[in-house]
Design a protein around this ligand. Structure first.
Ligand code: UD1
Ligand code: CA
Length: 465
């Protein structure tokens, strides 16, 4: 039986955080989540995560990854001890892929390549060559180039420190070796820890087949130990995401200002401007124009949509050829059919809006169903909340609502209704009716001139006093 073991029980002291390191978000998702998702694609029979005794980490894994088993390591006594915690769940047969929980960028294709060593080696260590190997375990090879042992930075002498080939902390190992060697590890080293890396020398001594698997792209095996490494790696990965979309027919202007999470999808000939944030499971169609400063979270945008500057869209669905913004806010549960127009300072929430409807200025439409070809005038408000409960507003097709109207829910406007500007509508309006609530307009002829005359006199009197 093949197993994946993720080691995530270390302290992560260098993050200086009250949040465990592996839960720090990497491009919007906790690092550990990114690691689990890349290793689970190797389709092992069992996935085990070794976690610290913190409720939050256990909750995160259990709530998000049902298929993953967790094992608690009470004290971080070293990577060798961490794997030992998982041993009771590992059979004698098969192989284990061991990865650290703080390496969020691992490429599944590299891991699958690594699986290719099954049956051909007892232990494979993934290595890479670094310009600056400081802090990593060094790969010591013999004269024939065979791997001999791994020496940690703190245990290394001057010669070993000069070696630039390092241990990435990723291994493929025959389960049998884990059962045989983990109990033999000592902690007579500079850090007083049980080093998993010591199984290399043990296996070599016993004549096992131990192979280094040297990968060129060291970025994908870079670990996060500090916040500065975290943001640096995010930047590198973000650039890869941008390049992928550029290659796939998406224009991204000023790409260093744009943030696109790995799960996002974008159709071709869509154009994205500076400062755009595309987050979570967002999907954008073809031929869209996403202008500066737009933020879109977990939403689906159709084809040919224009989203103007500084709009914010959350958990919404936007149909083809809609126009949104500038400065519009679509809150969760907004569903726009095709060719809907949502203008400046309009906020929507749980609102289903029909084809061709226009809400162009300064309105709030929440808990509403709006039909097709409706025109909602500036400053229209659905009053959906009485301080206790939320109520629904239903608006039929071809309704025209004059500016500055309050629709006090629950309320229904049937098809072809006309609402006079400045109305407060509390009762349902039947099909084809005009409805308005408005005090009668009065006239006072010549008022302005008399008023001006009076004020002028008053001013003069004050001056002479
Ligand atoms: C380890 C390797 C080093 C390698 C480097 C690559 C050892 C002894 N050294 O060093 O050769 O170059 O990774 O990044 O293995 N962890 C536990 N329990 C523990 C200790 C660690 O679960 O008791 C987990 C950590 O959460 C982390 C991973 O194991 O995800 C690696 O631990 P870390 O302390 O970062 O090891 P390094 O010093 O980086
Ligand atoms: Ca590390």
């Amino acid at each position: 039986m093949d197993t994946v073991i993720v080691l995530a029980a270390g302290k992560g002291k260098r993050m200086k955080s009250s949040l465990p390191k592996v839960l720090h978000p990497f491009l919007g998702k906790p690092m550990l989540g990114r690691v689990i998702e890349s290793v689970r694609k190797t389709e092992a029979d069992k996935l085990i995560v070794v976690i610290p005794p913190f409720e939050v980490v256990e909750r995160f894994v259990k709530d998000n990854y049902e298929d993953v088993e967790t094992v608690i390591q009470d004290e971080p006594l070293g990577t060798g001890d961490a794997v030992k915690r998982a041993l009771p769940l590992i059979e004698e047969e098969g192989y284990s892929l061991i990865v650290p929980g703080d390496v969020p960028l691992m490429d599944t294709s590299t891991l699958k390549e690594l699986s290719g060593f099954k049956g051909k080696a007892d232990l494979v260590v993934v290595t890479t060559v670094l310009e600056d190997p400081f802090g990593y375990g060094r790969i010591v090879r013999d004269k024939e180039g065979n791997i001999e042992r791994i020496v940690e930075e703190k245990d290394a002498d001057e010669d070993v420190r000069k070696i630039r080939e390092v241990n990435t902390g990723v291994y493929l190992v025959r389960n049998e070796l884990l059962h045989r060697y983990l109990d033999l590890l000592g902690k007579e080293n500079a850090q007083g820890e049980y080093y998993l890396t010591d199984i290399v020398a043990l296996a070599v001594k016993d004549g096992g087949v131990v192979k280094p698997f040297l990968v060129e792209d060291h970025v994908q095996f870079s670990g996060v130990n500090t916040r500065s490494q975290l943001v640096e790696l995010e930047k590198i990965y973000l650039r890869r995401i941008v390049d992928k979309w550029l290659e796939n027919g998406v224009t991204i202007h000023f790409p260093e200002t744009v943030y696109i999470e790995p799960e996002v999808e974008i159709g071709k000939d869509t154009e994205i401007f500076s400062g755009v944030y595309l987050i979570g499971r967002t999907k954008i169609g073809e031929n869209c124009r996403i202008q500066a400063g737009v933020r879109i979270e977990n939403s689906t945008i159709g084809n040919g949509v224009v989203i103007k500057d500084n709009s914010y869209i959350e958990e919404s669905i936007v149909g083809d050829e809609c126009k949104i913004g500038p400065m519009a806010h679509l809150r969760p549960g907004t569903r726009l059919a095709e060719k809907v127009s949502i203008g400046n300072f309009v906020e929507t929430k749980k609102a289903e809006i029909g084809r061709g409807t226009k809400i162009n200025h300064l309105s709030y439409i929440g808990d509403a169903e709006v039909g097709e070809d409706v025109n909602i005038g500036a400053g229209t408000i659905t009053c959906n909340y009485d301080g206790f409960f939320k109520y629904k507003t239903i608006i039929g097709d071809r309704v025209f609502i004059g500016s500055d109207t309050q629709l006090v829910a629950p309320v229904k406007l049937e098809d072809d209704v006309y609402i006079g500007a400045g109305s407060t509508i509390t009762k349902d309006v039947p099909k084809g009716n005009l409805s308005l609530t408005r005090a009668e307009q009065k006239f006072v002829p010549g008022y302005t001139y008399r008023k001006r005359e009076k004020m002028k006199k008053l001013k003069e009197e004050k001056k002479n006093q």
